[in-house]
Design a protein around this ligand. Structure first.
Ligand SMILES: [Zn+2]
Length: 462
């Protein structure tokens, strides 16, 4: 586990120049993107809409523009929306459109969903681990304007949590044993210390020395890191907030962090498809969707708006993926539609209530550690080169105490035996003896009657 623990000091001293260079390049990139006339007009439009109480209409117009562009520029959207009665009104541009999911996108060749207006260089292929059970390949926009909108939303969310963007942030990362300081191109954070999701406890000394303003990452890894810092009496005095994402943070864990660290705990909601900064929790506990990034509907199983106060599916429309539009996209997550539009925190941005990052289950090891199904998928599917394109889906079946089987469905023609051998070797290295995880292939992926994937079957569930 401590394989790379010496990396912190080494990198800090030798990579200083490179970091400075990248920081300069980042500033140039930020300046360039923020100078885009489209970005400036959109931000001005949003400010005016908020000031005059016309945000609802402004969002509807933005959504209408996204739908219109998709219909015009993407052949698959053109076919999908053909025969529909057109966009019924600019006030409700989405209501008549179908709700889409990964299956919808698989219904046509990937290239058919891409905008013909955006040159190849302006998009980037992204493969997701399928932490929801369905690995997925799509394209993300590289347009500077889309980048600028995302950046703007991230900075605003940072101001909610910290009053200013953090200069030093600790992020959890999936790579085994990682513990190093990086500065990435296209990052707004000047310095980041990455610590492994698998055993964040080993990073206690490095985190204390780094003096971060924020600790950010997968909920369960963040919880374990803060807990370990508190036990070692090593909580950085610089810490101003803790922020988690991707997984559920249970209420008792949130209270534990707030009590131990004495700082507020925030949550970020997003996904690979929607950008990680789609929504952010406020001090009133709601999640606000940033209007520059997109909009969200909370819908029931039949696609109608959920009654206020009730829980429904999060169906999102992205405004920042010009390369491959996501319109009325079923995220697979559930949230409560709030009883009132206005939030006690005062933010005018649309919000949803208590979020249930669905299908996240704890898989408990013999030493008391809890791994989420999503984290295991990250290590065993996404992080092993060449595996994810062959995986159709996966599920976990409990066989005994700290003994599970990961059942993987492969695409026809995949070299299953070789893929399984590599996955098994990784699982044994990472998790034995604390957790026994057998990897096997399956032809049957469980679904509910409604067609939703069921990821985890604990003992006693047939
Ligand atoms: Zn709020």
């Amino acid at each position: 586990m401590r394989r790379r623990s010496g990396a912190v000091n080494l990198r800090r001293s030798s990579a200083g120049w490179a970091r400075g260079g990248r920081a300069g390049l980042n500033a140039v990139l930020r300046g360039l993107s923020a100078a885009s006339p489209e970005f400036r007009a959109t931000v001005r439009g949003l400010s005016a809409a908020v000031a005059t109480g016309a945000l609802h209409d402004w969002l509807a117009a933005r959504a209408a523009a996204v739908v219109e562009a998709a219909r015009r520029d993407s052949p698959a959207y053109h076919a999908l929306l053909r025969g529909l009665p057109g966009i019924p009104s600019r006030a409700a541009p989405l209501a008549a459109l179908p709700v889409m999911d990964k299956q919808t996108f698989r219904g046509a060749p990937l290239e058919q969903w891409l905008s013909r207006r955006l040159p190849h260089l302006m998009r980037r292929e992204v493969a997701t681990s399928g932490s929801s059970g369905d690995p997925f390949v799509f394209f993300r926009s590289r347009r500077l304007t889309d980048y600028a909108m995302t950046l703007r939303a991230m900075r605003e969310f940072d101001r909610w949590a910290l009053a200013a963007p953090p200069a030093r942030m600790v992020s959890t990362w999936s790579e085994e044993g990682v513990q190093e300081i990086r500065h990435e191109l296209r990052s707004i954070y000047p310095r980041r210390l990455y610590v492994t999701n698998l055993s964040p406890e080993v990073a206690v000394d490095a985190v204390r020395a780094f003096q971060p303003q924020i600790i950010d990452g997968r909920a369960q890894a963040v919880f374990r890191l803060v807990d370990a810092l508190a036990r070692a009496d090593a909580l950085p005095t610089s810490l101003r907030a803790v922020r988690f994402t991707q997984e559920t943070l249970f209420e008792h864990q949130r209270r534990h962090i707030e009590h131990a660290a004495g700082v507020p705990v925030f949550a970020r909601y997003g996904s690979e498809e929607l950008t990680g900064a789609f929504a952010h929790s406020c001090r009133a506990g709601r999640y606000h969707v940033h209007p520059l990034i997109g909009c969200v509907e909370i819908l029931d199983a039949s696609g109608r708006s959920t009654p206020r106060g009730e829980t429904g599916r999060i169906v999102a429309t992205s405004f920042v993926n010009t390369a491959m539009p996501f319109i009325r996209y079923d995220t697979g997550d559930m949230a409560q539609r709030p009883a009132t539009d206005t939030c006690p925190c005062g933010s005018p941005y649309p919000s949803f209530g208590s979020l249930e990052v669905s299908r996240r289950h704890g898989i408990r090891a013999r030493d008391g550690r809890v791994f989420t199904d999503a984290l295991l998928a990250q290590y065993l599917i996404l992080d092993i080169g060449g595996v994810s394109p062959h995986v159709l889906g996966f599920q976990y079946r409990q066989l005994g105490e700290a003994h599970w089987r990961m059942e993987v469905g492969f695409h026809h023609g995949a070299a299953c035996a070789e893929l399984l051998r590599r996955m098994q070797a990784r699982a044994d290295t990472l998790f034995l003896p604390a957790l026994t995880l057998e990897i096997s292939s399956t032809d049957t992926l469980w679904r509910t009657e409604a067609g939703k994937r069921v990821l985890v079957k604990p003992l006693g569930v047939s």
